[in-house]
Write a protein that binds this ligand. Sequence first.
Ligand SMILES: *Cc1c(COP(=O)(O)O)cnc(C)c1O
Length: 359
Amino acid sequence: MTPADLIREDILSLRAYHVPDSAGLIKLDAMENPYPWPEALREDWLAVLREAELNRYPDPQGHDLQAALREAMGVPLDMALLLGNGSDELIQMLALALAKPGRKVLSLDPGFVMYRMIALFAGMDYVGVPLRASDFALDLDATLTAIAREQPVLTYIAYPNNPTGNLFDAAAVERIIQASPGLVIVDEAYAPFTDQSFLPRLGDWPNLLVMRTVSKMGLAGLRLGYLAGPREWLTEIDKVRLPYNINALTQASASFALRHHTAWDEQTATIRAERAKLFDALAASDGITPYPSEANFILVRTEPGRAGAVFQGIKDRGVLIKQLHGAHPLLADCLRITVGTPQENAALLTALEAALSMD
Ligand SMILES: *Cc1c(COP(=O)(O)O)cnc(C)c1O
């Protein structure tokens, strides 16, 4: 017997999610916050961890963490929360709770790959509606037509979008929520880097849920995401959650960090300021076109056929970014650069200039 006799054909034909080796490189490929845990808070945090009872299972609901999240993020009081081991796990829970053969998940492409991957794992069909080629704006007519035709049970809208970095028109998102026969998940993974949010709009439509994560604010290693929305929905989705999915060290660390969130707010404000500087520098460089971003990364386009060489030229000079050429037709010649520290961004720009001047 071989794996091919038992493993599903659709799984056999997949390639596993690939994380490139970044040893020794400046890491600007994965939308991480480049700053470490704030020095002034280290001792108090370690004191909290010293008290953690690791012989016991964690609080199954994460009550204290939920309270800290509500307070720090301004979750409307009448809305419920559901915690996930990263928002990736919440996407998986939604799929487990809703999947039936023939049911569809819809999103906008190019978008976050896990919407499509997890739909496929759960045996659902994925429908990707193309964004507008010129500026990656949401094509409202095409999206409404696709929703009417496909009747998706789940629609994901990343707000701002990854990997394009732009924020869709809020009125268009509202039209999509209204027109959807299923749940609409507004994924606000990049909330710390924009002033726009649908969190205050929860309850305006019965089918709106908002998903967020602490990964991009600077706590990617903790793996914590949350879904906010009407209790009647989250009570059902909670039934497919594995018990104790948020470990004790994550609960303690995230609760602490959220109660001291101003330290992380300073970091994300610095990243926003650096984003503006990096954008201007990229716009001034010949052979690169950056796209406006409301996230902690910038999508750029090279001249036709140059993305691979520019990516490799930058990597050879010690900086890892993300190669997107080939990932989607609209991403031809595109690269994605995470905003780093001022020093890291300077190193990136130096490496980029050198890579662009190669033959
Ligand atoms: C990074 C990202 C996530 C994943 O967040 P985790 O909480 O780290 O799993 C979700 N959605 C989008 C759009 C992202 O870019």
